[in-house]
Write a protein that binds this ligand. Structure first.
Ligand SMILES: Cc1cc2nc3c(=O)[nH]c(=O)nc-3n(C[C@H](O)[C@H](O)[C@H](O)COP(=O)(O)OP(=O)(O)OC[C@H]3O[C@@H](n4cnc5c(N)ncnc54)[C@H](O)[C@@H]3O)c2cc1C
Length: 366
């Protein structure tokens, strides 16, 4: 059994990093698990290039940022400068962060939880879920395609490879045109295949303009409409592959359909198929959620399920907490008398950082 930690923090956004810095200050043992290649992967994937980062404090809040090192500067720097700031804080404080570690499941009970990633298991007393609000959808077939919410790093890795991008929206279109540009500029003759389950792609004018320009400049983009990811399989050489098929003739007669298929090594498949909120993850962890019905909720919509948390942001499982984007824009707070009420929670860097303080104080006093 590995050494038991006081805290495992899932996610290295502002909330997770603030929790790590506060754990370090309180001499609690901890590790931060980040599924991406970088600290702040969530922000890297969702902010447009050059976006100014605001140190916004929501109305009616007076406390200053609980962890000054994570606060965006008042002079509103670009997201790139903000990320540099955070990277240098993490290096200076020697934060214990494991990159490329996607948390998968939790077993055990307080105070002996085991948290599993694809590669390792961690033994811990407490867990802080700080994985943000945007969880990329998965393909739902056997095997691991790279699922991308917005953009792709290291496009150069795809030079010399026929790559398949799946998805019909702006995120997929951006990935297609940037990969095509990288290949074209490297005089690479392999293609970017772009598959969408429907006939029509749904992209905005700016994205369409970039894509059109890329095609006219000679980009090797091959469009596959009505293409359905069918099955993931392992071939005779042990390579995981994805088979997609396109309906070419809807009905040949006598209830027969004609399909045309293609098969790609799964490692060359990029799925940009949208994101979803964390409700499904909370379900898989058996954390209690409450459904908004009637007039219970003012912020969440009818039928949405909100995570139930104490005022210390502890879930229905002792020692498991949720903070930041993962509980925005609202959650259900249960007070000491058992009264449950929808509580507004702005998705801001400030709120994520203040949540980290609330939780670490609770853990220290436990
Ligand atoms: C375009 C845009 C602009 C914004 N501008 C501002 C602004 O100017 N000022 C402001 O205050 N707020 C802004 N926000 C909101 C702010 O970015 C969020 O409130 C903040 O990032 C939330 O922090 P977090 O730590 O909770 O989550 P995130 O920053 O989303 O971090 C979560 C981290 O968890 C990782 N993760 C996810 N799943 C797993 C898993 N299973 N295992 C391991 N790691 C995982 C992700 O890769 C990510 O790095 C903006 C948001 C957007 C989208």
């Amino acid at each position: 059994m590995p050494e038991k930690l006081d805290i495992v923090i899932v996610g290295s956004g502002p909330g997770g990093l603030a929790a790590g810095l506060l754990a370090e200050r309180s001499a609690k043992s901890y590790v931060i698990l980040e599924k991406g290649n970088n600290i702040m992967q969530g922000i890297i994937e969702t902010y447009p290039k050059g976006k100014k980062v605001f140190p916004t404090i929501p109305k009616n809040y007076t406390d200053p940022f609980a962890v000054e090192e994570v606060k965006p500067p008042d002079e509103k720097v670009s997201v790139e400068q903000y990320i540099d700031q955070i990277n240098s804080v993490a290096a200076k404080k020697n934060l214990k962060i494991k990159l490329n570690e996607q948390f998968k499941e939790i077993s055990g009970a307080y105070p002996d939880y085991i948290i599993k990633t694809e590669r390792e298991s961690y033994f811990t007393k407490n867990i802080i879920l700080a994985f943000g609000s945007n969880i990329p959808n998965e393909l739902g077939v056997y095997g691991e395609a790279k699922t991308v919410a917005r953009n792709i790093e290291n496009g150069e890795d795809y030079i010399g490879i026929n790559v398949l991008v799946i998805g019909g929206g702006n995120a997929a279109a951006d990935v297609v045109s940037s990969l095509s540009k990288i290949k074209r500029e490297a005089n690479d003759t392999t293609s970017v295949y772009w598959a969408h389950i429907k006939e029509k792609f749904e992209i905005n004018t700016d994205t369409a303009r970039d894509l059109g320009e890329e095609m006219l400049l000679g980009g090797q983009i091959k469009i596959l409409q009505r293409a359905v990811p069918k099955i993931g399989e392992v071939d005779a050489d042990g390579v995981e592959r994805l088979y997609i098929h396109q309906t070419t003739t809807s009905n040949v007669g006598n209830d027969l359909y004609m399909y045309q298929g293609m098969s790609f090594p799964m490692k060359n498949v990029i799925a940009c198929i949208g994101t979803h909120g964390p409700a499904a993850i909370y379900d898989s962890l058996n954390l209690q959620q409450i459904t908004c019905t009637g007039t219970i909720c003012k912020i969440a919509k009818e039928g949405e399920r909100l995570l139930m948390l104490s005022k210390h942001l502890e879930t229905s499982s002792r020692g498991i907490y949720a903070i930041g984007g993962a509980i925005s824009p609202s959650y259900m707070q249960i007070d000491e008398e058992g009264v449950i009420k929808e509580t507004k929670h702005s998705n801001l860097i400030y709120t994520a950082v203040m949540d980290a303080r609330t939780v670490i104080e609770k853990i220290v006093n436990d």
